[in-house]
Ligand binder design. Sequence first.
Ligand code: SF4
Length: 246
Amino acid sequence: MTGKIHSIDTFSTLDGPGIRTVIFMQGCHLRCKYCHNPDTWKLDDPSTREYTVDELMKIIKRSKPYFRASGGGVTFSGGEPLLQHKFVKEIFIKCRKEHISTALDSSLYIASDIVTALLPYTDLVLADIKLMDEEKSRRLTGAGNRLILENIKLINEHGTSIWIRYVVVPGWTDAAEDIESMANFIAELECVKRLELLPYHPFGSYKWDMLGLKYELEDISPPGKESLKKIAEQISSASNKKVYIH
Ligand code: SF4
């Protein structure tokens, strides 16, 4: 079995606890307007490298001393890693045998039985809530959010730890009613261990240009510190959970 992999970062401190090896998988069905990695969208991109399970495990195992010292592990990200769920599962099973912690950074826009099949081997899910409103979500990501929210609830019911991330895009995701509705949703989830606000930034816009895609958010500036602080306070007081700003 092989996995189509966009890139590998063997020393990340952003995608879960501790020092992590992050595997960015190829393929994604969403089309988020702020996506930093539109070059991961096509599952069958000819420039993608394929790895066997053994090849990837060899790379992962090299960082075991760092994982042990920092409480880190492996994170599958993307793209959408669950488009290649069989490959991810194989790697996670092997990681379990090696006592390597496993995290899944997924949009969760995927059939729920796929999520369920991965949970027994997953220590942490990093889940983005794009927007709570179905229609606004459709405009921002190209798809509705019902499946994503259902999957978050399912992970919570399973008892797996969840980190929630929310990208603050001025004029798109920062309306008070959207923030409130998300905070109320999160308040019901006892497995949410961390909440992160990610300020929008047009980091990936050059990739859109290179791919001949129109970057529609070019006139939007990143949110200011005060606005982020206000949103963090609103979520924190409604959900009773601490909010971290990146
Ligand atoms: S889910 Fe992630 S990879 Fe897919 S389009 Fe959205 S930001 Fe990009």
